[in-house]
Design a protein around this ligand. Structure first.
Ligand SMILES: *Cc1c(COP(=O)(O)O)cnc(C)c1O
Length: 485
């Protein structure tokens, strides 16, 4: 028996762990320094999927390798560098170093969070973080909620709560007796559509309200859509507002949606996965005016609050509603199933086992204060608006919509260029940027046409970086424009 134990003993050797840990932190600290000060200018070292796969399958075939440092270094080298000020791509943000350390702590302790004793500090911290988040959104002290694994899951969870509260209590027991539906803007994140279909409401259960020229929900159309749904014997139970939308970062008028929901007794859900964080900025809180009237709000800490992915707050105006989400018996877990026990978190989340999410978010709050979030959110929205103004002033570039937040969509244009050539050209510009690694931006389709899409998410991006991006786009366009005729 003894001779089969050596691997286990060496794997858990405290001194080996200490050494590797220091090496990893050195690696990351060096990366952070080099990428922030421009010594390592690449946001990404592009490799085709097959090349990448060949490299790692060879690595696996030749293993095991005793030094994890090569693995850590290799993953670092091949990954997108969010801490690089020229990273302006997807909505996730460069994690605050302290929050990444908190993530390591959570990974190491691995308490499962389902019941109180499996994560006593992180369970209590979760309550602190969620309640304080709710307070800062302007919600009353009855507000409460949970942290969960991502905005998509949080939106589904909130809509299940809405169904329990507004859809008739029998649904959980007997399924749907009447077709249910909700109203949402056509620009909403696709996870809302998925949530509706997962709940079994089908295509007819999601009523998509058109948007205005700024990609905001046409709230003036809500009344008409509600009446025609009712004429078709659908039971509309909720309206989902986007704060902001994923493609263009447009903020729906939450006050108007709140009025509408109040008038008709509907559940008011705000998908603020991206932009609810604006509530933490004195300068930009107005973007989410009305959020305090929502029955439920989703906010991703990994998007505009520099926390490692995925860490999402799901807040309810009436905290007790969260216990209605899963009207399911789980007595083997909870000593008293009927009681609303805030400290047994799995009563209110999809997750049974969950990461120790609260420690990551709280490590930032405790170390740097909420003022840190205010500075971050204000800074990246300032940057978004600055880029918007620069594009607007540029003769060869065009803005999809004046940015309200830190998402900016633009494209190269010229009078001779028409669709679909213009879309193809912008797609190629984006591919060149990806492959040369200078700037990381993504793309989106709006009304069937391609746009370059940026999310200003690195607070160390400056006006000079923005100017260089625009120059580079124009330069690529002029070298890649297909000859006419
Ligand atoms: C990103 C996003 C989501 C999805 O959140 P995940 O955390 O990626 O699951 C949902 N809604 C909006 C508006 C988003 O921007």
């Amino acid at each position: 028996m003894e001779d089969n134990f050596d691997l286990l003993q060496s794997a858990y050797d405290p001194e080996t762990f200490r050494r590797r840990g220091y090496e990893l932190v050195d690696l990351l600290a060096n990366y952070l320094g080099a990428t922030l000060n421009g010594k390592d200018p690449k946001t990404l070292r592009w490799q085709l999927p097959e090349e990448q796969y060949r490299q790692w399958s060879e690595d696996a075939e030749n293993g095991p390798h005793t030094d994890p440092g090569e693995l850590f270094g290799g993953v670092l080298a091949g990954s997108v560098h969010l801490h690089n000020p020229c990273y302006m791509g997807h909505q996730i943000s460069p994690p605050a170093p302290v929050a990444a350390l908190a993530g390591l702590l959570g990974d190491f302790l691995n308490n499962g969070m389902g019941v109180y004793e499996m994560g006593a500090p992180s369970t209590a911290i979760e309550r602190v973080v969620v309640r304080e988040t709710a307070r800062r959104m302007g919600l009353a002290s009855s507000a409460d909620g949970v942290l969960t694994s991502g905005g998509s899951l949080a939106n589904l969870t909130a809509l299940l709560t809405a169904r329990s509260v507004k859809g008739g209590a029998e649904v959980w027991q007997h399924g749907h007796r009447q077709p249910l539906a909700l109203l949402v803007s056509e620009e909403a994140h696709y996870c809302v559509d998925r949530a509706v279909r997962i709940m079994g409401w089908g295509e007819d259960g999601i009523i998509k309200v058109p948007v205005d020229a700024h990609y905001r929900m046409r709230t003036d159309l809500l009344e008409g859509f509600l009446q025609s749904a009712r004429s078709a014997s659908k039971k509309v139970i909720a309206v989902v507002g986007s704060a902001g939308s994923t493609s263009t970062g447009s903020f729906d008028d939450l006050e108007a949606i709140g009025d509408f929901c109040q008038k008709h007794g509907l559940w008011f859900h705000v998908d603020g996965a991206h932009g609810a964080a604006a509530a933490l900025s004195d300068r930009y809180r107005h973007l989410v005016r009305g959020i305090d009237r929502a029955d439920s709000v989703v906010m991703d800490f990994h998007k505009m609050l520099v926390t490692p992915s995925v860490t999402t707050a799901l807040v309810y105006r009436e905290g007790n509603h969260s216990y209605a989400t899963f009207s399911q018996k789980g007595q083997y877990l909870w000593s008293s199933d009927e009681e609303a026990e805030w400290f047994n978190l799995a009563k209110r989340t999809f997750e049974c086992t969950k990461l120790m999410l609260s420690v990551r978010a709280y490590s930032i709050i405790r170390t740097h204060g909420w003022e840190f979030f205010q500075q971050y959110v204000t800074r990246v929205i300032d940057l978004g608006r600055q880029l918007g103004a620069m594009v607007l002033a540029h003769p060869a570039l065009e803005l999809a919509v004046p940015p309200e937040g830190n998402i900016v969509c633009f494209r190269f244009r010229s009078p001779q260029l028409e669709e679909p050539e213009r879309s193809l050209l912008n797609e190629r510009i984006r591919q060149c940027l990806l492959e040369d690694g200078t700037f990381y931006v993504v793309q989106t389709r709006l009304k069937g046409e391609n746009w370059l899409r940026t999310t200003l998410t690195n607070p160390f991006t400056t006006a000079t970086h923005l100017e260089e991006l625009l120059e580079r786009v124009v330069e690529l366009a002029s070298t890649k424009v297909p000859a006419k005729g």
